[in-house]
Design a protein around this ligand. Structure first.
Ligand SMILES: [Zn+2]
Ligand SMILES: [Zn+2]
Length: 396
């Protein structure tokens, strides 16, 4: 059965006599890729895969942060809903991705080993439980009610950002768009006439991956704007959940620092506790309330690596890069040093080592925080599955 990629605004038109590929809206920014061999600047007409796809090909610029949402084919007369046993199917029920779905496809998580994710959930519940059960209650009376109230607010934000990151579609790309590709060789396209990108064909998803997308073996799907697969959240971090991932990291660092500080304050108060004696040693305070020491130590243990992780991703945001791109760049540099590569080889940015997606530090931060492409999904797992009516047949 061949399904119309109704939700695919991957408007990739391949020209038989040229090596140009037109991609719309999949790069995180708008991108006009024209890779004719002569390198001349001209506009080409994209042959649409569906009438609802606009045939206009106005030149777009990377400096523009506007992004084109995918066209809604649900009302198109050329698509018909797919039914099985007289029940409408949703896209997630037809997805070959190694993903687990809940709530009619609104909640997405990987089918990879869930133990690290379960440990993460345990930690984000257990540390606050101990903090509020021992430290928060005491500080409410001995210091100020504001201390546990602020802690509760921060903890709530951490939970929200964590679950938004972990259960959202990270930017999974539709499959089978180019199932019958004539060839599956990488296609080199030019970007800004200064950089050359090598678009690879994914044999699993049957698509030419857009720039900055990569196939995740654990999720068994190509993910747009992928940064890495996070085992602790059991999902890829991609274009759609990267902002919430950064928010989660930042809030976790702030919250752990808050816990650490007030666990220390609480321990200090215990050394001055006149209910026990006029004063007691630090060891006596630990024996009286070991939970404060546990919160202090555990919070610091997680605070330090998370602070480094946050700093690393802050740097990536400033230069508009991803973890995968950084690793790939290092691998290419290493191969070049070893003499295994010539002029460029596997480097996705052949011909120029500078990042073609960087708009400058300020614009890069604005792009990450406010990019309009973060709110729509390519795969639309929860939407009713549609089939191309022009292919005939009445459903599955
Ligand atoms: Zn793939
Ligand atoms: Zn993944």
């Amino acid at each position: 059965m061949s399904l119309l990629p109704h939700n695919a605004f991957y408007n990739a038109s391949r020209y038989r006599n040229s090596n140009s590929i037109k991609l719309a809206g999949l790069t995180g920014g708008d991108l006009d890729i024209r890779g004719d061999s002569d390198g001349d600047t001209h506009t080409q007409t994209t042959a649409p895969t569906h009438p609802a796809i606009s045939t206009t090909t106005a030149t777009r610029s990377l400096s523009s942060v506007s992004s084109t949402p995918p066209p809604d084919f649900s009302s198109s007369p050329r698509t018909i809903p797919i039914r099985r046993n007289n029940r409408l199917l949703r896209n997630y029920q037809l997805s070959p991705a190694n993903l687990r779905f809940c709530c009619s496809g609104h909640i997405v998580t990987s089918k990879d080993n869930p133990i690290p994710f379960i440990c993460s959930i345990f930690l984000v519940l257990a540390i606050p439980a101990v903090f509020f059960g021992r430290i928060g209650v005491d500080l409410w009376y001995t210091l100020s009610p504001a201390v546990p109230i602020i802690a509760a607010y921060l903890t709530l934000l951490v939970w929200c950002s964590m679950f938004k990151t972990a259960f959202a579609d990270p930017g999974v790309l539709p499959v089978d768009i180019d199932k019958n590709a004539v060839d599956t060789f990488p296609r080199d396209v030019s970007l800004r006439h200064t950089h050359f990108l090598s678009l690879k064909y994914c044999e699993t998803c049957h698509i030419y991956r857009p720039p900055r997308a990569s196939h995740c073996r654990l999720c068994n799907s190509c993910v747009d704007g992928i940064d890495h697969h996070c085992s602790f959240l059991n999902i890829c971090i991609g274009r759609r959940n990267y902002p919430s991932f950064l928010t989660f990291c930042g809030l976790t660092v702030v919250t752990l620092a808050y816990y650490t500080a007030f666990a220390a304050v609480h321990l200090y108060q215990l050394t001055q506790d006149t209910r026990v004696s006029t004063s007691q040693s630090f060891g006596g305070a630990l024996r009286q309330d070991p939970a404060s020491a546990v919160v202090f130590v555990v919070a610091i243990l997680f605070l330090i690596p998370l602070a480094f992780l946050l700093a690393y991703h802050a740097r990536l945001t400033l230069i508009n890069s991803t973890t995968i791109e950084q690793l790939r760049e290092k691998a290419v540099d290493r191969a070049r040093k070893d003499g295994e590569l010539g002029g460029g080889g596997e480097n996705p940015f052949v011909g120029d080592d500078s990042n073609p997606f960087s708009l400058g530090p300020v614009a890069n931060v604005q792009w990450m925080a406010f990019r309009p492409g973060s709110n729509y999904s390519h795969a639309r797992f929860s939407a009713v599955a549609q089939r191309d009516a022009r292919r005939g047949g009445g459903g599955v």
